[in-house]
Write a protein that binds this ligand. Structure first.
Ligand code: HEM
Length: 197
């Protein structure tokens, strides 16, 4: 699956701990999202469109983060943003676009969702070592939730430019929204009081 090694990207590796979320919980969340096989198919097609353009998409997202000081702060030390930290995370974020479109929703996938969740909260700054040193210890949940919208909205032009008919563009876009919401919901787990998640 992997072509070039991405620093800190550990999907499927033994170091990734089992998620405390059960497969049954995952299926329940998917049901709430009106998840269907059609979404999986639409995401696969979206991956063919978004994957090759991931650097352009990342330019949009990074521009968005850079334009909002309260977001850029999470990548910054008192003397300013850590370019190395931004770059290292960017590479994994690019892979995440592809992973989101080809996800199998198996145990490995679920485990890596918990890993990403903890990287935003309890284990922020551990993966990137010195590059992340001195940056804030965790990302506030409120911004993860709110960022679902721009991450959803900004892929639309890329899907439209594929030349797919409008109905297919809409299907891919809705499937992408469900996929991002699904993950953001899983990433909330460590932030919530155990039984309340
Ligand atoms: C890490 C996606 C919200 C800052 C990551 C990674 C992904 C990602 C894919 C890399 C995971 C890996 O290590 O393999 C997202 C998505 C979000 C979101 C889809 C919202 C829906 C935010 C927000 C911030 C943020 C609001 C605040 C600026 C970071 C940082 C890391 C990171 C600093 C690196 C954490 C570490 O030290 O390991 N994010 N993120 N993210 N994200 Fe987010």
């Amino acid at each position: 699956m992997s072509q070039v090694e991405i620093p800190g990207y550990t999907y499927g590796q033994p170091s990734v701990q089992p998620s405390p979320v059960s497969m049954e919980d995952l299926e329940h969340i998917q049901s709430c999202l009106l998840w269907s096989d059609e979404d999986v198919q639409a995401l696969r097609r979206a991956g063919e469109i978004l994957g090759p353009r991931k650097e352009e998409i990342l330019d949009v997202w990074y521009g968005f983060v850079a334009s909002q000081p309260h977001l850029l702060a999470y990548f910054s030390r008192p003397d300013g943003p850590s370019q190395e930290y931004l770059q290292r995370v960017r590479a994994r974020f690019g892979r995440w676009i592809e992973d989101t479109c080809r996800a199998e929703y198996d145990q490995r996938w679920l485990d890596y969702q918990e890993e990403i969740a903890q990287r935003h909260f309890t284990r922020k700054n551990q993966t990137d070592g010195a590059a992340a040193e001195g940056t804030p210890p965790y990302i506030h949940w409120r911004y993860i939730n709110a960022l679902v919208y721009p991450i959803y909205a900004t892929v639309r032009p890329f899907l439209e430019q594929s030349g797919e008919p409008p109905e297919m563009v809409e299907k891919m876009h809705q499937a992408w929204l469900k996929a991002v919401l699904l993950q953001a919901t899983l990433w909330a787990r460590p932030y919530a009081k155990n039984e309340a998640w």
